[in-house]
Design a protein around this ligand. Structure first.
Ligand code: HEC
Length: 192
């Protein structure tokens, strides 16, 4: 009688142990699978084998952003340009923040640089140059330190008559903007 009881409780003990082991094992393999998934995700963005991510859509309402400054380029570009920033970018400029926060966006618009007969008449001499037709596309820099980690936290975009210039064209952007690394890859200074 006592022997049977002992055997019965021993059996229960073994079953319980087996269940606990199975639970521990399944939790353990689950965690391992999860962390393997994370590793794979990380390898995707840091291995350099995956293609970089660029700005593929024109940010909404960019034409209403505020003025940062203007510039004139000669040579093959031969244009006059305006650089605009969204609220986050403008705030960072005005606060003198060195590294732009995520969400900051900067647009570079450009137009042909033309002499204005109308203005020259008003001045009574030839001296006036203004913006003509849009030229050299519209360019954007969008800050997202995670998404664009491979290119200094900035995504680059170029649109010619509303059409994305494509990724191959965008590889050059960071190559040059890298020279402005000391000021978070942004060349234009805020014109007071
Ligand atoms: C050879 C160097 C060079 C290349 C290549 C270049 N940029 Fe720039 N970029 C500049 C300089 C210098 C300025 C500031 C003066 C100006 O606007 O002309 C500028 C200005 C800008 C600005 C305004 C913010 C700032 O940094 O001053 C944006 C936005 C921009 N570039 C985007 C792009 C994009 C997108 C590409 C790629 C399609 C690109 N740039 C390629 C040199 C370059």
């Amino acid at each position: 009688m006592r022997g049977r009881l002992w055997r019965l409780s021993m059996k229960r003990y073994l079953v319980a142990t087996a269940i606990v082991c199975a639970v521990i094992l399944s939790v353990f393999t689950g965690v391992r699978q999860e962390s393997r998934g994370q590793d794979a995700g990380l390898a995707d963005t840091t291995s350099g084998t995956s293609s970089p991510v660029f700005v593929t859509e024109i940010p909404d309402g960019y034409r209403d952003w505020r003025l940062i400054s203007v510039a004139r380029e000669e040579g093959s570009l031969d244009d006059i340009r305006g650089v605009l920033g969204n609220d986050i970018a403008i705030q960072a400029y005005r606060n003198g923040v060195q590294a732009f926060p995520d969400g900051a966006m900067i647009a570079r618009l450009a137009w042909s640089y033309v002499s204005s007969e109308e203005n020259n008449k008003a001045f009574g001499r030839s001296q006036s140059f203004v913006a003509g037709m849009p030229k050299n596309g519209v360019q954007f820099m969008v800050k997202d330190s995670k998404k664009y980690a491979a290119t200094g936290g900035w995504g680059y975009g170029q649109f010619n008559e509303g059409v994305s210039a494509g990724e191959e064209a965008l590889v050059t952007c960071f190559g040059c903007h890298e020279r402005g690394a000391a000021r978070d890859f942004v060349f234009t200074r805020y014109a007071r």
